[in-house]
Design a protein around this ligand. Structure first.
Ligand code: ADP
Length: 256
């Protein structure tokens, strides 16, 4: 709160009043806090694989390199950690791009079926490896006016999670249809599910129900946050229902 005395040229009215300006800094403070938390999370997430890489290099240099089997094992770990770093940096860049809307100039009309096919081609290997069945039904001729890569990324993140957090030989249902000027995307799995207490937080950056499990599967904790940002950028909405041990369903609605 700033109290500013009114300045006047009239000698009779010196200091006769004041203006009170109230600045509500609550939102600014919140934003600042989110930014600080994000930077500290990013730093931590980048440091973890880096520390591991440096540790293994150090061990190799101090003798482990002489044993070929051990050396190969350590190099594999270094490779995995380097890959993790690269995925993480990619996710962070994507998130900041979506936030600053730099790529929205690439908007064009796309057939959803083609996009879904590209996504399935990418994820077929991962699902086959785990024996997870992808059960897909996409309505013909649904068009979306959007950035192709963003829609693709939204689906990749959801379907990839549905495979990752599924049981061996589980199923992922993917449905896309149009209803009342809205496009519905449904990704439903019968995997491990999410406990109620975590649901309000899973779209937060770096929030993971089980950090160890997510890390082991190459997760960054940014996937759903990216999905949410994409959906918001098209004025859509996303809903989730989940039951531990039974599965999870994400429903996205985008204006057609
Ligand atoms: P991650 O890279 O860890 O997968 P996400 O942002 O994509 O990060 O998801 C956040 C967390 O939400 C995950 O760590 C996981 O605990 C949970 N989650 C996301 N999708 C599913 C799903 N289909 N089934 C169960 N849990 C999920």
């Amino acid at each position: 709160v700033y109290a500013t005395p009114i300045k006047t040229n009239s000698p009779k009215q010196i200091n006769s009043g004041g203006i009170v300006t109230i600045h509500d800094v609550t939102n600014l403070k919140k934003l600042e806090q989110i930014r600080t938390e994000f930077v500290s999370n990013v730093t931590h997430e980048l440091k973890t694989p880096l520390t591991s890489i440096r540790g293994f290099i150090e061990t190799l240099k101090s003798g482990a390199i002489e044993d070929k089997n051990v050396a190969v094992k350590f190099l594999d770990i270094i490779d995995i950690e380097a890959e993790r770093l690269s995925i993480l940096i990619n996710d962070i860049l994507q998130l900041s791009e979506i936030e600053s809307r730099q790529r929205d100039s690439d908007i064009a009309c796309h057939n959803i079926k083609d996009i879904v096919k590209e996504v399935l081609d990418m994820l077929q290997g991962v699902s086959a490896k785990k024996g997870v069945k992808l059960d897909v039904e996409v309505e013909e001729d649904i068009k979306v006016n959007a950035n192709r890569n963003r829609i693709k990324q939204m689906l990749i993140n959801l379907i990839d999670n549905a495979i990752k957090y599924n049981f061996e030989n589980g199923t992922v249902e993917i449905r896309v249809y149009k209803k009342e000027a809205k496009i519905f995307f449904i990704v439903k799995d019968n995997g491990i599910g999410i406990d109620d207490q975590h649901i309000p937080r899973i779209f937060e950056r770096f929030y993971r129900v089980d950090k160890g499990r997510s890390r082991n599967m190459g997760g960054t904790g940014l996937g759903l946050s990216i999905v949410k940002h994409i959906v918001n950028s098209y004025n859509g909405n996303i809903n989730i229902t989940s039951k531990p041990g039974k599965g999870t369903e994400f429903i996205i609605q985008l204006p057609a």
